[in-house]
Design a protein around this ligand. Structure first.
Ligand SMILES: *Cc1c(COP(=O)(O)O)cnc(C)c1O
Length: 256
């Protein structure tokens, strides 16, 4: 296995340097360590080295790992970062502390229902405090790349044909009481040149600013953008969450 502690430290140094270049406080940026395709032992090592946020893109894989780790006192917070099928919504609301990959109104409705159910189906102890709404990010495909999940808005706020529909969808989602929207997430197209992602990240930020103006009662704090090959550019474009896998864990053991 890689020396995860050393890779993690190097990653934190790069995050700090990128934040300083952009005159930002590095403490504003949350690192989500993406452990898809990695072993449970790799997660243990990352946790021992100080990782708190874990990103997984599949419910089943995350469930298996969380089950193996459940008796260990690791203070981990799990984020779902991959497309969620609606028939997996029930385990997802139990397992994840945040769903970053909310990509349709239908899925939002299902998650909302499951989260409400989870609160009154008795699987919480009787003296547990009332449950909280599930934090979510809206995944938006601002790049227009055909393979990407997410609400479709190629070109971002300049897309006058699709923006009104996104506003309608956002309005519906904001009306769901058991979800709490906290911002946006995007994936930039794979490229050998990290700078190629900059316009995509900028478009996500401009969309966030537009939504914050239009829906001021919701929270639009988070911009989850940037992966191993482009997180520094994302931080310069004001990412608050970066999702980093290979730079911390090395290459994945299996394709996910
Ligand atoms: C796999 C994945 C990442 C991490 O990718 P790396 O290139 O390993 O850093 C981040 N976000 C999402 C949505 C992913 O699927």
């Amino acid at each position: 296995m890689q020396n995860i502690a050393a890779l993690l430290e190097a990653t934190h140094e790069r995050i700090t340097a990128a934040a300083q270049r952009a005159q930002r406080d590095p403490a504003e940026i949350t690192l989500v360590a993406v452990s898809k395709g990695q072993s449970v032992e790799a997660i243990r090592q990352a946790a021992a080295a100080g990782v708190q946020y874990i990103g997984e893109n599949r419910v089943q894989e995350a469930e298996e790992k969380a089950t193996l780790l459940q008796h260990e006192p690791l203070p981990l917070t799990w984020h779902l970062i991959g497309h969620l099928q609606r028939n997996k919504a029930a385990p997802a609301v139990r397992l994840f502390d945040m769903v970053q990959s909310l990509d349709s109104v239908r899925l939002a409705r299902t998650l909302n229902q499951q989260r409400a159910k989870r609160l009154d189906n008795g699987d919480a102890p009787h003296d547990a405090p009332p449950g909280a709404p599930l934090p979510v990010l809206l995944q938006v495909n601002v790049s227009g790349e055909a393979s990407k999940e997410g609400f479709d808005l190629p070109g971002g706020v300049e897309n006058h044909a699709l923006l009104p529909r996104l506003f309608e969808e956002v309005e519906l989602i904001l009306g769901l009481p058991w979800l709490r929207v906290q911002g946006l997430m995007t994936i930039a197209p794979l490229s050998a040149d990290p700078q190629a992602a900059r316009p995509v990240f900028r478009n996500l930020r401009l969309l966030r600013d537009t939504l914050a103006q239009r829906f001021p009662r919701a929270t639009w704090h988070h911009l989850s953008m940037g992966m191993s090959n482009d997180f520094e550019v994302a931080i310069e474009e004001r990412a608050t969450i970066v999702r980093i896998g290979r730079a911390i864990f090395g290459e994945r053991l299996h394709k996910t």
